[in-house]
Design a protein around this ligand. Structure first.
Ligand code: ZN
Length: 155
């Protein structure tokens, strides 16, 4: 199917040429995530400015899905507020759970929707987003700004 081919191309392109790869000095958020089932590891660095993601980078190793997903995530959240990034993480996880989502909401991230057919790989695709959410939680806790929504969310 042509769309599947296109999505595969997008994933392979991000895996072969990861965007925003490397460490970030003095990050506001630094968080690590691991998926021992597959051997995926990620460290994510976020620099905030005026409540927005001014810069974000990652380092990691693991399967193509986990690394491509992290690369795509960095492109998608740059310039967003923490709340906007959280909302996008929510939509991404909804897509992984098989809920209907639209191109308008997720853009290029739609390329990863085929992964949901393979439950083992869903963790690979979600690793960067789960780690990002954890990092944002830790940041807001440190700032004493945890919202009621965040604290009522189930892990
Ligand atoms: Zn993996």
């Amino acid at each position: 199917m042509a769309l599947d081919d296109l999505y595969r191309e997008v994933i392979l392109d991000h895996y072969s040429h990861p965007r925003n790869k490397g460490e970030l000095p003095d990050p506001d958020i630094k968080v690590e995530g691991a998926n021992p089932l597959c051997g995926d590891e990620l460290s994510i660095y976020v620099k905030l400015d005026g409540g927005r993601v001014a810069d974000v980078r990652f380092v990691g190793r693991g399967c193509s899905i986990s690394q491509a997903s992290a690369s795509m995530m960095t492109e998608q959240i740059k310039g967003k507020t923490i709340d906007e990034a959280r909302a996008l993480a929510g939509r991404f996880k909804a897509m992984m759970q098989g809920e209907p989502v639209s191109q308008d909401e997720l853009g290029e991230l739609m390329a990863l929707q085929g992964v949901r057919k393979f439950p083992v790989r869903v963790k690979c695709a979600s690793l960067s987003w789960v780690a990002l959410e954890q990092g944002m939680d830790e940041f807001e806790t440190a700032k004493g700004k945890v919202s009621a929504r965040a604290s009522s969310e189930q892990p």
